[in-house]
Design a protein around this ligand. Structure first.
Ligand SMILES: Nc1ncnc2c1ncn2[C@@H]1O[C@H](COP(=O)(O)OP(=O)(O)O)[C@@H](O)[C@H]1O
Ligand SMILES: [Mg+2]
Length: 282
């Protein structure tokens, strides 16, 4: 930078020279002045560069996520083509192919969801949604798994008629994701869906008494493909995109999503939607 400034002051014209100053990438353009000295213009390229990194990381992640199941499918299909296989092995290979195909399907579905929301191709259609009802629905689909694990499920909405101003489908998707995560990471205790009017909107919190998330992971769990335990998440059918979808859905409503957690105590994921709060007619 010093060299470039010296050259500019000495009368040299500079066009968009990239210089890095304390982690910032700047483009420098300079023109000498007839009266001596020079005019220097800096354009901060840092946000653009950051976006480029995010994009290429994302492409690398997607490729990696799809590559693993694709390799499995390819391998098993090749072996299946061997007609000498006994029917039982054949059946096993076919079911492995099916499982990995489903996995790719889930990833692609989640990616499409995410890009639809992000590109603005989808906008929420908010109405007054009776929170108690959708919360019970979300817990209902998780009940069989929770019962096997001995976890109790509870809705705690106060006042009982509390309404969220949200797109009903989006709110269901948000709750389904949060409850699924909570039940998955809890081995005893309970999962609670809590609803309260707050700051001119409604705050909905899914709280569990599970394993918790360490602080260094906590700030990253809303990122696409970020998991604390990647192998375990994959095994359990997770795509690592659930919370990214949650965040985008909530923010499309002008709301906010945030997480708090204590290792071995549990996790609370709160989503806040503006508006609503009036009592819904059932
Ligand atoms: N309630 C929770 N308790 C503990 N860890 C959680 C909880 N919810 C999310 N996580 C962590 O955040 C990661 C990202 O969540 P998510 O985006 O839903 O992806 P996944 O497909 O793995 O569920 C999970 O892999 C998990 O490590
Ligand atoms: Mg999830």
């Amino acid at each position: 930078l010093r060299q470039a400034i010296a050259a500019a002051v000495a009368g040299e014209a500079i066009d968009g020279l990239e210089v890095t100053v304390n982690d910032r990438v700047l483009a420098l353009t300079a023109r000498p002045l007839a009266s001596g000295g020079a005019v220097l213009a800096f354009f901060d390229l840092t946000p653009v560069r950051k976006l480029e990194t995010v994009r290429s990381d994302f492409v690398a992640n997607v490729s990696h996520e799809l590559k693993t199941p694709l390799t499995v499918v390819g391998g098993f299909a090749e072996t299946l083509a061997d007609e000498a296989l006994d029917p039982e092995t054949r059946r096993q290979f076919a079911s492995a192919i099916l499982a990995n195909t489903r996995r790719m399907q889930r990833i692609v579905d989640d990616l499409l969801d995410l890009s639809r929301i992000e590109s603005g191709g989808w906008t929420p259609n908010p109405v007054a949604v009776h929170l108690q009802g959708v919360a019970e629905e979300a817990l209902g689909s998780a009940r069989p798994r929770a019962e096997t694990k001995g976890i109790s499920l509870r809705v705690d909405v106060e006042p009982p008629g509390l309404a969220v101003h949200a797109d009903p489908t989006a709110l269901r998707q948000v709750l389904a994701n949060l409850v699924d995560n909570a039940v998955r990471h809890t081995s005893s205790g309970e999962v609670v869906v809590q609803g309260r009017p707050e700051r001119g909107g409604v705050s909905v919190t899914v709280r569990d008494t599970g394993a918790g998330i360490r602080p260094e992971h906590l700030e990253r769990i809303f990122e696409r493909f970020y998991r604390v335990d990647t192998a375990r998440s994959r095994e359990e059918g997770g795509t690592g995109l659930g919370l990214a979808i949650v965040k985008h859905l909530v923010e499309a409503h002008g709301g906010r999503a945030r997480a708090s957690s204590e290792v071995d105590q549990g996790t609370a994921i709160e989503v806040w939607f503006p508006g609503g709060a009036q009592h819904a007619e059932h």
